[in-house]
Design a protein around this ligand. Structure first.
Ligand code: ATP
Ligand code: MG
Length: 436
């Protein structure tokens, strides 16, 4: 007999013979009747057996089965008013494929109180909980939705090296590795390569890949290895074109998630609001708004975590949007490759996207003129000609372009209202954690 997934079974199939496989969530023995709640990747179902309807050795075996053991159960689907789903399986045969040891190292029940550190140590057991499972089912859907979006907008998916000689970022956050006796680094951003392949003629590229940052942050939003959704696009008029794509992506993504992840969102008790329009305000305006609420921000300073939270609250109240673009960041705070605003050289044509109080993306128009880049890098104390791998990109015909990097893990964290970014990634890496 072929295996059925639990979510495929319906009330209409009364009396149908079925074979299901999965993990034991619950066993209840009430003398002459016993119940097993079996769970597969799709759902769980109550299975029932009466003492006088089955061989006695099988009946006696059931109370000894431990939670999380793996079983296959053959039986008949029966409609039942008492069962949660309106039907249950009456067990005819049962086979233990793998027994679980007891006690479990972590609590896998719905109301588990195990602390996150311990849960992460046993992540494969942690995911046995449907709510935790739902986070990663949603994450998988988001991956596909984002890829489809980029595809429909004429972006090509690229895969760029994660082991590199050097990047164009400051270098302070790079992990250094020994590469056959030479020093190499884990990539801190695919910035160089994204620009390279726009200029190479692909015009629009994106990459969903690993990004490494050697930052010793112990916050709920920093990891040392995270997944970046990076995009870069050529022939833009200005940075607003990049923001337009991001805005469209967020609207499309949230609409799709609402439709395609109904069960998961319900399990996680998450309500998603699709923004009608994402407001765009300058950093100067944002600072004035938070200052009105009593928060001081120094000149030339960015909004800190508290500032981002506050501005989100203000925007939510004013525009009913969970998102806000904050634009025109000071040149002093931004990397040399950002394009400066010709109207005000003190700022760059840059933006951050803040979602429910946390930055989830940064982007900008990039400087594509080699001579200007050289000047700008000099101002930052960098000699661009020493980075010929980068400088050369702009010498043989480079269109105006811009792009952004979105933190995939943070996006999921914010979307699903998770307290910690570690909840949004299967196996987080942080300054304290290298395992499992
Ligand atoms: P932050 O100021 O919050 O540390 P950043 O400005 O240094 O972030 P960017 O270089 O702009 O980060 O990276 C692009 C995006 O990647 C960020 O908006 C964020 O969503 C994500 N990101 C950056 N650093 C991390 C990290 N350490 N862990 C998880 N996600 C990150
Ligand atoms: Mg940023």
């Amino acid at each position: 007999m072929e295996r059925s997934f639990i979510s495929e079974l319906t009330e209409k199939e009364n009396n149908k013979k079925v074979l299901i496989k999965g993990w034991v969530s619950e066993i209840r023995s009430l003398g002459k009747v016993q119940f097993i709640v079996l769970r597969d990747k799709t759902d769980s179902i109550q299975c029932v057996v009466h003492k006088d309807e089955i061989k006695s050795d099988l009946f006696n075996k059931i109370p000894k089965i431990s939670i999380e053991s793996v079983l296959e159960i053959e039986g008949k689907l029966k409609t039942s008013k008492q069962a949660k789903k309106g039907f249950e399986i009456t067990i005819e045969d049962l086979n233990i494929l793998s027994e679980s040891l007891t006690p479990l190292p972590i609590d896998t029940s719905e109301k588990s109180k195990t602390m996150i550190d311990k849960r992460l140590d046993y992540r494969f057991l942690d995911l046995r909980r449907p709510q935790i499972n739902a986070i990663f089912k949603t994450r998988s859907k988001v991956f596909n939705i984002v890829s489809n979006f980029f595809d429909s907008k004429g972006f090509y998916s690229i895969n760029t090296p994660k082991i590199t000689a050097a990047g164009v970022e400051s270098g302070a956050e790079q992990f250094s590795i020994d590469y056959f006796g030479k020093e190499a680094f884990l990539t801190q951003s695919p910035q160089v390569y994204k620009q390279m392949f726009v200029v190479a003629g692909l015009e629009r590229v994106y990459e969903i890949g690993e990004v490494f940052r050697a930052e010793k942050s112990h916050t709920t939003r920093h990891l040392t290895e995270f997944t970046g959704i990076d995009l870069e696009m050529g022939f833009i008029k200005d940075e607003n074109d990049v923001m337009n794509v991001l805005e469209e992506l967020m609207k499309y993504l949230l609409k799709e998630v609402k439709e395609k992840c109904k069960n998961e969102l319900e399990l996680l008790n998450v309500k998603i609001d699709v923004p009608k329009k994402i407001p765009r305000i300058t950093l100067e305006e944002a600072k004035k708004l938070v200052e009105k609420k009593g928060k001081k921000v120094k000149e030339n300073e960015d909004l800190d975590a508290e500032g981002e939270k506050l501005i989100s609250e203000i925007i939510k109240e004013k525009y009913d949007s969970d998102f806000v673009f904050i634009t025109l960041y000071p040149w002093e705070k931004k990397p040399f490759y950002h394009m400066r605003d010709p109207k005000n050289k003190k700022v760059t044509k840059s933006f951050d996207l803040v979602y429910k109080g946390v930055e989830i993306s940064s982007g900008s128009q990039r400087e594509h003129n080699y001579n200007v880049l050289k000047e700008q890098s000099k101002e930052k104390g960098i000699d661009i000609d020493k980075m010929s791998f980068y400088a050369d990109i702009f010498k043989y015909g480079a269109p105006p372009h811009g792009g952004a990097g979105i933190g995939f893990d943070r996006l999921i964290q914010r979307m699903l209202n998770l307290e910690n970014v570690r909840e949004a990634i299967l196996l987080p890496r942080d300054p304290e954690r290298l395992t499992p």
